[in-house]
Design a protein around this ligand. Structure first.
Ligand code: ATP
Length: 197
């Protein structure tokens, strides 16, 4: 049977990484797309394209500098598009290669903060959305990253709101009470791995 490719997403601070860890503990391989994208930035083919697109201003000591790149694309949507066009196809291919290496499994999960925003949800068989109230998410991230409310809001501004994501999602896990969220995640686990109830 074909390995199903499942997306796992949710707004900043919703707890998608926390939920992803539950799936790992039940034997589902999880690909953390945001972490992988950070590594892909340093691969030779990406380095060359970044130099062509942004020049030396994006580098420190010949190495792409994530902070400098973030500064360049932050207030310039066209430059952000260019960066996305460099990185996203490479992450997509890397994920497909990774998924192929797990072809013995009923499903694999791709965890990403922005699955809908990039359109990559279209390549997946189903989407799990993790939700929590906005205020809860803000205070979780303020505490986790030791950042101001404004910083969290800035990051939220680049993401779709939950209403828009709900319409395109197949499974919703509300993550407020941790134990309830784990139980709901387990129900989703049974569905995506075809375990009878
Ligand atoms: P980001 O988009 O920033 O990567 P995320 O959606 O992956 O965030 P997590 O990192 O899993 O979210 O969770 C954010 C913070 O909230 C973490 O410190 C985590 O330990 C905490 N957290 C997650 N779920 C709960 C919960 N149900 N109750 C309380 N705290 C939680």
């Amino acid at each position: 049977m074909k390995t199903k490719m499942i997306g796992l997403t949710g707004g900043i601070g919703s707890g998608k990484t926390t939920i992803a860890r539950h799936f790992i503990s039940w034997g589902v391989p999880v690909y953390f797309a945001d972490d992988e994208a950070k590594k892909i930035l340093y691969l030779p083919e990406a380095v060359e394209e970044i130099r062509d697109a942004f020049g030396e201003a994006a580098f420190t000591d010949g190495i792409p500098d994530r902070q400098k790149i973030a500064g360049i694309v932050f207030s310039d949507p066209e430059k952000l598009n260019i960066l996305n066009r460099i990185i996203h196809p490479k992450v997509k291919q890397h994920f497909l290669d990774w998924a192929a290496s797990h072809s013995d499994k009923p499903c694999v999960i791709k965890e990403a903060a922005i699955l809908f925003e990039t359109g990559s949800y279209k390549d997946l068989d189903a989407i799990i959305l993790v939700t929590a109230p906005k205020e809860t998410r803000i205070s979780r991230v303020m505490q986790r990253d030791n950042v101001t409310r404004e910083k969290v809001m800035e990051r939220m501004d680049n993401q779709w709101d939950d209403e828009r994501k709900l319409a395109l999602s197949d499974h919703i896990i509300e993550n407020i009470d941790p134990e309830k969220a784990r139980e709901n995640a387990f129900l989703v686990y049974k569905i995506i791995t075809n375990v009878p109830n």
